[in-house]
Design a protein around this ligand. Sequence first.
Ligand code: SAH
Length: 388
Amino acid sequence: MKIKVTHFAAKKIKNGDPLIQEDDLLKKIETTQWVDLISPTNEWLAKGYLGKQNKGIGWVITQEVGELDQLFFEKLFIQAKQKRQMYYQETSTTAFRLFNGEGDGLGGLTIDLYERYVVFSWYNETLITKKDLILQAFQAVFPEVIGAYEKNRFPGNQPESQWIFGEKAPEPLLIKENNVTYATYLNEGLMTGIFLDQKEVRGALVDGLASGKRVLNMFSYTGAFSVAAAMGGALETTSVDLAKRSLDKTREQFLVNGIDPETQKIYVMDTFDYFKYAKKKGQTFDLIVLDPPSFARNKKKTFSVAKNYGELIEDSLDLIEEKGMIIASTNAANLSIQQFSQIIEKAMLKKKVKFVKTATYQLPADFSTLPSFSEGNYLKVFCYEILK
Ligand code: SAH
């Protein structure tokens, strides 16, 4: 099927922008077939597909002529596997991203490896209609994978999470990262218990950044940063998350590493309530990790990074020791690295502290991105040393 795009979109496609937006099409069209994208002057541009997502309405797949058949996807998977050889060789880490959507040539699909199992995440309904083709290509290239689950990350009737082939994974499935063990659950809703894109930050905590420190982990989820810090020699960790499930999940992460959870602090509490509580109690910390969701709503207020991150920094500065460190993280794709720095540094100036940015982390290499699509490069993590 041929689809005409605007002059502007034709230029974007030629520049390697893979995301198709609603305004790019000359006529509104819905189809689950692969499409040929054509310029207003009938120039053939690329192959791709239309599928409504959280952002965008489709993806450009290739500007090369040829069929989007099983062989095509096998080639993509072979390239993806080759790119990750260093992760395969690294025996201290057994979970990583095998295929990262547009960064590996097919927007709308990510695949994560957890030991010998994988998790497919589909971001639109169109790709689901190509599932057999994609799974066949995948299994041809990754015969060593013994079982798979999928997450359906779009509205519709599909279950959020389900088993798709092979053996079922144990629950929990224990994976390793930088020789730290994490308990994961491959078939519990959309999340598995660990965000694999933060491995380098956790690695830094394991490798000495947290050593001898009292660590506060805000928006702690299953406490992965806390466990990394504790395994890296932190004196004590405090984990704070609003979700009730976080308590047992965090305890479990300590237990699977041989750490008695009773020696660590875990609060099921709103972050801003915890800040008030800690201030009242005169608590202080040497290292504070801030990794909120990019948007959250609870009974009391909505949180957005653009509007509220500054408050998180200000509150953290009230609790931080001289020469302490704040690790400020966000996965908000709509903020540039400069904008995120500015939000943080404005709050620091308001609180009249001196600071030095000592490190910056972005996505690790397994989360491969396209230089022509900066939105895909969403993760921003800064380490700030605070000199009061
Ligand atoms: N930092 C975590 C991931 C955070 S996911 C990690 O690296 O594993 C976001 C978490 O923020 C969720 O677990 C959610 O329950 C929690 N959350 C959302 N709003 C919150 C709030 N107001 N106070 C505390 N936790 C909150």
